[in-house]
Design a protein around this ligand. Structure first.
Ligand code: VAH
Length: 313
């Protein structure tokens, strides 16, 4: 059985649906600290769990006989800059709790998301390699970088089966993202439909690695289903699909909404975006477990606009 911690978030909600489709509704336990977006995950078992509470996670694992945890709870980059200690506390302690449950043999397998935020201004920006300089400048990035080191350590030292991906910005139309720097690429679609106008908090030529949710979920599940022997990376895999700027996404939306307009008002998140790569080399993922993405910017735009039109009708 599977436990998803942070199941009500942007990725957690869709991961819950997909895993229930594959493994059966009652075999996938959704959990979160609150019930926002509950309607997206209440097709099956749901528990209130604070990811910082070791005993709450452990009790849930014993109660449901959990063998795999997906730890999707985290404070993201923009929120982390506002609440550095809270970000450290949540992002690190939740990871230790889950790794320690695996070390003790209570569970067998762990999924933990890392991020392109492990990279920083001294990292090669284009086609960033798997093994490269990682000097993150955000609290969130520091927690992900340190988390990667601990994942690899628990794997080598205690044989813990932990698997991880460095997600780029994820774009989706169900649950909203919260507190990230790449959130603009979701908000822009909502505002295009609702108002025909968007105030972008990044500048027009800021290129960042991005991915449509369907691809992110597929990558996550493919990695978790891959045989252990093929995995050569136990810190976290580089993962890539598309890279685009606010101007690129604006042009893509304009093909469907010709009078859509945008203005640029960069705020503190611009500095965060400027510290990250513009594109990622994910050849390890492609080679080790045959990762392939499906969506490009225009195919994603088509789906986003179609789905959001239904939502706001
Ligand atoms: C953030 N979406 O913006 C997250 C992310 C790609 C970075 O991990 O903080």
């Amino acid at each position: 059985k599977i436990l998803i911690i942070g199941a009500c978030g942007q990725i957690g909600t869709e991961l819950t649906s997909k895993l229930r489709e594959i493994h059966g509704t009652k075999n996938v336990i959704a959990s979160d600290i609150n019930t926002r977006n509950l309607e997206l995950v209440n097709s099956g078992p749901f528990e209130i769990i604070d990811a910082k509470n070791f005993n709450a996670i452990k009790d849930c694992c014993l109660h449901y006989n959990i063998d795999t945890i997906y730890l999707m709870a985290a404070l993201l980059s923009a929120t982390g800059e506002k609440y550095p200690m809270e970000a450290w506390d949540l992002n690190m302690n939740s990871l230790f709790h889950v790794l320690n449950l695996a070390k003790a043999g209570t569970i067998k397998k762990v999924y933990w998301p890392s991020s392109i935020a492990v990279f920083g201004p001294t990292t090669p920006r284009k086609n960033t390699p798997q093994h490269t300089i990682c000097e993150p400048t955000t609290v969130y990035g520091i927690t992900k970088q340190v988390g990667e080191r601990w994942c690899e350590y628990y794997h080598k030292k205690y044989n813990v089966d932990v698997r991880s991906l460095r997600y780029p910005g994820i774009i989706s139309h169900k649950a909203m993202p919260g507190g990230g720097t790449t959130d603009y690429a979701v908000e822009i679609y909502h505002e295009a439909i609702k108002k025909g106008d968007y105030d972008c908090f990044l500048s027009e030529n800021t290129s960042l690695p991005m991915m449509f949710m369907e691809d992110a979920i597929k990558a996550t599940i493919d990695l978790m289903e891959a045989p252990s022997e093929v995995l050569t990376i136990r810190s976290s895999y580089n993962l890539s699909a598309i890279s685009f700027t606010p101007n690129d996404i604006f042009e893509s939306i304009k093909k469907h909404i010709p009078d859509f307009s945008i203005s640029y008002k960069p705020d503190f998140r611009q500095a965060i975006a400027d510290s990250w790569p513009s594109s990622i080399d994910d050849s390890f993922a492609r080679k080790d477990w045959d990762w392939r993405h499906k969506h490009n910017l225009d195919s994603m735009t088509e789906i986003m606009l179609k789905e959001l039109r239904k939502k706001y009708k």
